[in-house]
Design a protein around this ligand. Structure first.
Ligand code: MN
Length: 734
């Protein structure tokens, strides 16, 4: 039979490795795999504790006796898990209720009752991401060299990009996003080599789990199938089992819905098992045809085509809103292009190791052509050169294996020059030396990568207080960076968060933070009520709807009517809280383009002047200020000299000097001294913070400046609820 002939042929291609290893090694193989896997796993997990050792020194990093997580998005999954444990959540609260990571977390809290929720979400990434060593070592084993797999596993588990996205506290889907495709590559390599049904079962399981786990896994899965199909058509077209694999893979990829896919796939696998000798090319040909039709009919080609179009043109789909908002995608740095060295180091921790790995990948494919299956992952990783940092992690394990292969083969080659008695010791020693050099930069990176948790315990304390005050249906208005953590700690709703920050949502929020109190209060109430209405009424644009309801045709006119203290607001359905943290001051100017914008034309409005000092020097002539904007100023209570970059100096009279200082009871005292009522700038010394704030008269009126820095709130509009030097929370009275 053709199948048998082919199989011997496949085994022949492995001659290099079977010849080079003594036969008894295969018997002890399983123990060796196990020992190496445990060793690599422990290495991966324990080295991540370096961050814990650093972070544990700071009490401010802990909440409920445990370190807090350091990824913003993680709080979305944490909120989802919290709500799933409680068994309910509020309609339209945007909770990630039922998301795969939240579900896995809930499962772990059930089987590990002796660990707190905080401990589980903190360490999950380190545990699951370290599982990468398993498929990498198993792939090495397929090429009869567990050592190659082991070296590859050590290189992968702490490669810089992989570490950054899977460190302890990085509670995100990334923890398994590379592990699953590695298992898929391993299954496909085994299928090509052994044609065993059990491997096909594994493959189906991994594909379906990966699709469930990560919605964006589709592109990589399609690319991997594409490479598998090309490989089969060129090298292995006579083997029926390969076509059985293609049929199952295609069904797993279709957009039928899991409730249909899972029974179909199980039925197919069962039929393959029962009729294993009676299946013919005709049967499989028909199944592939059906699978392909279903795949295309349910829209399987659409995401492929749009993605290809996106990578070629980099066109972002235009907003459907009728107004010209400023979009946050214009500020996200991740979309920028990477420099080459950074790219090399992200994948292999050093440029040298990167090129050794690349050589190794080529050499490995030359020796073991089934390894081409890994090229889809490699390709996705290399797309980072065009599409940004976050894709590099996919290249890590493939390049790690390339490194392992090169080093191990080279060490074996060198050992041939040595006497028989010492020869077996040469490769391990050489490999160890190579590993030390290659891993050193990664370990150094880990030691220096002192990431802090998203929030500080002093802020979380306030949010915990708010949880007792606010209702679950109430809204907290603040910048989107704080959306997820606030929902987690205070159990409220938010207007914007890490996943919802299109220009039309950011505009009203930045407006409420940066504009004077009357406008801010009106905008906040409008935005909250229309956001809730939009969930049920499904209108396209909130502002369009508002203008319709208020009989307005000009957006700029409508916005200016918000200055009216007697603006007729919609009926209040819930409370709105403003959350003003100290840390917002650092990104204050980032908010300006969102709010200072002509929505009818998309043109920028004139930004008010705001900046604060990073440090200052007392000199004979006055206080020298070094500002966040990069400017240098000289301030002497009466005037401010601004030293421009072009060498010129401009002098302005100070309008008003303010000084804020907390007294022994924690109350903020504000001193105010008018210097020149026509002066352009006012100066606020935040004495407890060692910070000078320079604002023009417009920025001085901003709600954030008035409510957070000066605590001068309009009592008809706002009421302080929780106050500390780190954050202030006000309730909207309108
Ligand atoms: Mn909720």
């Amino acid at each position: 039979m053709a199948k048998k002939n082919k199989q011997t042929q496949v085994d022949d291609t492995l001659q290099y490795s079977t010849n080079s290893l003594p036969p008894q090694q295969n018997n002890s193989g399983l123990y060796k795999v196990l020992a190496f896997t445990i060793l690599a796993f422990l290495f991966s997990f324990l080295i991540r504790l370096i961050w814990v050792k650093f972070a544990a020194q700071f009490d401010d990093f802990k909440w409920n006796g445990e370190l807090m997580i350091n990824t913003n998005d993680g709080y979305a999954f944490a909120e989802g898990a919290r709500d799933m444990i409680a068994g309910f959540h509020q309609p339209n609260d945007l909770s990630y209720y039922g998301s795969p990571l939240s579900a896995l977390t809930v499962f772990l809290t059930k089987i590990l009752p002796f660990f707190s929720f905080e401990t589980i979400i903190l360490y999950m990434s380190a545990f699951f991401a370290s599982l990468i060593v398993v498929p990498v070592i198993l792939i090495g084993r397929e090429y009869k060299s567990v050592e190659v797999g082991f070296i590859g596993a050590l290189m992968s588990c702490i490669a810089i990009s992989y570490y950054n996205r899977t460190m302890i506290g990085y509670y995100d889907t990334d923890m398994l996003n590379v592990v699953f495709p590695c298992f898929i590559v391993w299954s496909l390599i085994r299928i090509l080599k052994h044609q065993k049904l059990i491997d096909l079962c594994c493959l189906a399981l991994f594909i379906l789990t990966y699709r469930w786990w990560y919605g964006s896994s589709f592109a990589l899965l399609v690319a991997t199938l594409g490479i598998f199909v090309i490989y089969v058509l060129i090298f292995d077209r006579r083997i029926l089992f390969n076509y059985q694999t293609i049929a199952v893979y295609l069904f797993c990829l279709s957009w039928l819905g899991f409730i249909y896919i899972i029974p179909i796939v199980i039925a197919m696998l069962a039929l393959f098992f029962i009729f294993k000798n009676k299946i013919t090319f005709v049967h499989i040909g028909i199944s592939i045809l059906i699978a392909a039709i279903i795949f295309v009919y349910f829209g399987g080609m659409t995401p492929i085509l749009t993605q290809i179009k996106y990578y070629i043109t980099r066109d972002v789909p235009a907003s459907t809103d009728v107004f010209h908002f400023y979009n946050v995608t214009q500020t996200i740095q991740e979309a920028g292009k990477l420099e080459y060295t950074k790219f090399f180091e992200r994948i292999s921790s050093s440029t040298t190791a990167f090129f050794i790995s690349l050589l190794g990948v080529c050499y490995l494919i030359y020796k073991q052509k089934t390894f081409v299956i890994g090229l889809a992952m490699l390709g996705l990783g290399f797309i980072a050169l065009r599409s940004g940092l976050r894709f590099t992690i996919y290249a890590v394990p493939i390049m790690g294996l390339g490194f392992g292969f090169f080093v191990w083969e080279f060490a074996k080659f060198v050992s041939k020059n040595y006497k028989e008695e010492v020869r077996p010791f040469i490769p391990p020693i050489a490999a160890l030396i190579a590993l030390i050099f290659a891993l050193y930069p990664a370990v150094q990176h880990i030691q220096n990568y002192k990431v802090t948790p998203v929030f500080d315990a002093k802020e979380v304390e306030l949010l915990d207080d708010l949880k007792g005050i606010a209702d679950r249906e109430d809204y907290v208005l603040t910048w989107w960076d704080y959306g997820y953590p606030i929902r987690y700690y205070s159990d409220v709703k938010t207007l914007v968060d890490g996943g919802k920050h299109m220009g039309n949502d950011d505009y009203p929020v930045s407006f409420a933070i940066l504009r004077p109190q009357v406008e801010s209060a009106n905008m906040a109430r409008l935005e909250v009520e229309y956001t809730e209405r939009q969930f049920s009424e499904r209108f396209n644009s909130k502002f369009h709807q508002m203008m319709k309801d208020y009989n307005q045709t000009d957006i700029n006119n409508f916005i200016s009517t918000l200055k009216n203290p007697n603006f007729d607001l919609p009926k209040k359905t819930r409370d709105v809280y403003f959350y003003f943290p100290l840390r917002l001051q650092d990104i204050y100017t980032v908010l300006m383009p969102f709010s200072y914008r002509n929505l009818a034309t998309g043109a920028d409005l004139k930004y008010p002047y705001y900046s604060h000092s990073i440090r200052y020097n007392q000199t004979a002539a006055g206080i020298e200020l070094y500002m966040t904007t990069g400017e240098r100023m000289l301030f002497n209570m009466k005037t401010i000299n601004i030293y421009m970059n072009n060498g010129q100096t401009q002098t302005f009279n100070v309008n008003t000097n303010y000084m804020t200082k907390y007294d022994a009871n924690g109350n903020l005292n504000v001193q105010e001294e008018v210097v020149d009522p026509n002066g352009r700038f006012s100066v606020i010394l935040m004495a407890d913070y060692g910070r000078f704030v320079i604002v023009d008269q417009e920025a001085l009126q901003a709600t954030y400046v008035q409510l957070f820095i000066l605590e001068k709130y309009d009592e008809t509009l706002f009421e302080p609820v929780v106050r500390s030097p780190y954050a202030k929370i006000y309730r909207l009275k309108k």
